[in-house]
Design a protein around this ligand. Sequence first.
Ligand SMILES: [Zn+2]
Ligand SMILES: [Zn+2]
Length: 153
Amino acid sequence: MKSSNVPKPGESLAAYVHRLRLALGMSQQAVSEKSGVHAQSIGKIERGHTTVLKQKTQRGLAYALDIPEAHLEAAAKGISVEETGALKFCPQCWIPGNAPDAMWLHIHAHYCFRCGSALRHNCVQCDSPITSLKHRFCPYCGTAYNAPEKAES
Ligand SMILES: [Zn+2]
Ligand SMILES: [Zn+2]
């Protein structure tokens, strides 16, 4: 996972989009053409005039900048990717304590791209939403996030 694609703490949407665009070596016009978003709108986003993205703009920009939509949402809201509620992971492939793969965080991902397991976004035991994968255990009930589905014992 390229962690540089994740919004940095405190990074504004404007700075984030600008940084990604430069990292890709793209002009605003090129991003506009790839995303289907008007170049003027991209300019407004980068100047910090637009802080809330319409769904269509968010989708186009995420595609053009090659990032999950959740990352743009997080930058726009000034929160971490984990807090967008789009936090999902594969109970088979995720290694606790490591960052989840960006593929799982994709807004439309429901199954693991590697093994096909259903992605999990809440605690198997108490159903609390997972708010941070920096934790290995559910803060509410202490169940390990990658624990197998409720086993009969
Ligand atoms: Zn998997
Ligand atoms: Zn729990």
